[in-house]
Design a protein around this ligand. Structure first.
Ligand SMILES: CC(C)(COP(=O)(O)OP(=O)(O)OC[C@H]1O[C@@H](n2cnc3c(N)ncnc32)[C@H](O)[C@@H]1OP(=O)(O)O)[C@@H](O)C(=O)NCCC(=O)NCCS
Length: 203
């Protein structure tokens, strides 16, 4: 059926943008959230990386690394926080953060690590990613990390543009091995303020 709602300059429904701004809220996940996180992670992973069809290596990665059991294990890791953006009971996206200070692949760059930031395709471009990364930064600051770092596939231009807009600097190169194949990644970093300057966790 043809959608009748008006679109913004970014191609989004004005209704979705208004809903994302006014009603989407953030909270920390519990073990009970494992199933929707798993489903959304597979959806976003394939939408982002399987642009030329679902190759066998991508299918293996999705089914091995993005299984419910894997997310249940990650949700029970005390050093790891999942921040969820939801609209009522519906999951719109999540940020997965290792909050203790860890060394990045680049000498001298350390801090909390943003492992994944995934927004459901329909809601991308409506401000959900910004909400989630703000809360990931609060999580890092509260844990006493001086910075937040992450790695992004070098051809993920959309994500690179987003992180640049959010104040992240490109500090170097690393690689990620997926199903025996190596992919170039950029390492990005942003300094965080002191724990005292960490604002409250915004609902
Ligand atoms: C990358 C991603 C997390 C961004 O989230 P999003 O919800 O689409 O981004 P937002 O709508 O919150 O955008 C926040 C700001 O970044 C800007 N922005 C977003 N993408 C941009 C781009 N490619 N280039 C420049 N600016 C960009 C927006 O215009 C917005 O600016 P404003 O708030 O000043 O108006 C999301 O697109 C996504 O989940 N992508 C697929 C998975 C992925 O690649 N994750 C990252 C690697 S783990």
């Amino acid at each position: 059926m043809q959608r009748m709602d008006r679109l913004t300059a970014g191609g989004h429904s004005e209704q979705d943008v208004a809903l994302a701004n006014s009603r989407a809220t953030c909270r920390v996940a519990t073990l009970a959230d494992a199933e929707p996180i798993t489903a959304l992670a597979i959806q976003v992973f394939l939408d982002t990386y399987a642009t030329d069809g679902v190759r066998p290596d991508l299918a293996s990665e999705a089914l091995s690394q993005y299984s419910r059991e894997k997310f249940e294990q990650r949700l029970q890791d005390p050093g790891r926080t999942f921040v969820l953006a939801t609209l009522g009971v519906g999951l719109l996206g999540f940020a997965e953060v290792l909050s203790e200070s860890l060394s990045s692949p680049i000498a001298g760059i350390q801090g909390a690590e943003l492992i994944r930031l995934y927004v459901q395709p329909r809601w991308q471009g409506t401000g959900i990613g910004r909400k989630l990364i703000n809360q990931a930064e609060v999580t890092g600051r509260q844990a006493g990390a001086g910075g937040l770092w992450l790695t992004v596939w070098e051809n993920n231009t959309r994500a690179l543009g987003f992180y640049d807009r959010l104040g992240y600097s490109d500090v170097g190169h690393t690689s990620y091995t997926m199903q025996s194949q190596s992919f170039g990644n950029r390492v990005l970093h942003k300094a965080l303020g002191s724990p005292a300057s960490a604002g409250p966790f915004e609902a």
